[in-house]
Design a protein around this ligand. Structure first.
Ligand SMILES: Nc1ncnc2c1ncn2[C@@H]1O[C@H](COP(=O)(O)OP(=O)(O)OP(=O)(O)O)[C@@H](O)[C@H]1O
Ligand SMILES: [Mg+2]
Length: 286
């Protein structure tokens, strides 16, 4: 079967004092060409589920299957390659490296997948969203909304088969949020085979969803398919969207996080060395 299947997945965080059962038998089907929106209160297991789909943690029991391949059977290297080439993961923030310009952030991703991308191509890419002139700036010289848009564009150069979003508009105002939602919608219209998984507290995403899951306490509480979303007849969405609270985890880039951004410190060091060489040859070029 094509797509991602989550079959009776449990996930337990084993900590020094207690075990936290974050997921308690989750079943979901995520299909190519579909936007799946996952909502649920803080602590209900949404990020845990994305990290499982990204292969950075493994189910305590149950299975995750992608196009008939069981994640569990992947070796560590397989899963790293799978992540590098097939998955784009947008975390809540800090998706770009602050010590690299926008151009170099794009170049780094291209490097990871052994693709060459010219500065002109990147500008063309950015230009679609009027961000072409930002090519040489550093991420922290941009607004949060611009950073998220650019992070999304940079992920797209991989042409990922699966795109995971964790609260992509959590820090944006309503206008930037709407722009961002439109970007996803546009991309989906151009490319019909991507699996989009969007974790959000924002009901505005329901408008573009093909499927919505509400997680509660580590379990799927409600599931709506497209027909139910459109007709909105089975549930009153408002009632199912209580105050979800804020995300409890603020990601900052640490050594640990570097490995989570689909890359490794070694790759970044090589990239920086290359950049340094280029800069020494032609100081005006960066
Ligand atoms: N590294 C960890 N060690 C131990 N427990 C954890 C860890 N990460 C998450 N948990 C626990 O697992 C449960 C699910 O957490 P998760 O981060 O998946 O929730 P979430 O739905 O993403 O919440 P939010 O909306 O606040 O981001 C929570 O009870 C949380 O405390
Ligand atoms: Mg979370």
């Amino acid at each position: 079967m094509n797509g991602l299947q989550i079959k009776n997945v449990f996930f337990i965080y084993k900590t020094k004092y207690i075990d936290v059962v974050a997921l308690k038998g989750v079943n979901m089907t995520l299909s190519p060409g579909e936007i799946t929106v996952i909502m649920g209160p803080s602590g209900s297991g949404k990020t845990t589920l994305l990290n499982l789909l990204n292969g950075e943690i493994r189910p305590s029991s149950g299975q995750i299957i992608y196009n008939d391949q069981i994640y569990e059977n992947f070796s560590f290297r397989d899963i790293q390659n799978f992540r590098k080439t097939k998955i784009g993961y947008m975390r809540q923030k800090e998706n770009l490296f602050n010590f690299l310009t926008i151009n170099d952030n794009f170049q780094l991703i291209a490097d990871l997948i052994h693709r060459k991308i010219s500065k002109e191509e990147i500008i063309e890419h950015l230009q679609k969203f009027d961000l072409g002139e930002k090519i040489n700036v550093f991420p922290d010289q941009l607004s949060q909304g611009q950073q998220q848009k650019i992070a999304f564009l940079s992920i797209l150069i991989k042409k990922p088969e699966i795109i995971l979003f964790d609260e992509p508009t959590g820090n944006l105002d309503a206008e930037s949020r709407d722009d961002f939602i439109r970007m996803i919608e546009n991309y989906k219209e151009q490319d019909n085979d991507t699996i989009f998984v969007i974790v959000t507290h924002d009901p505005a995403f329901i408008a573009i969803a093909d499927r919505v899951y509400f997680l509660k306490n580590g379990k799927v509480d409600t599931h709506l398919d497209k027909a139910e979303i459109i007709m909105n007849k089975t549930i009153n969405l408002e009632k199912n969207i209580p105050n979800f609270g804020v995300n409890a985890f603020n990601l900052t880039i640490s050594k640990e996080d570097l490995s989570r951004i689909e890359t490794s410190i070694e790759v970044i060091q090589n990239f920086l060395r290359k950049l340094e060489k280029k800069h020494m040859k032609n100081p005006e070029s960066t």
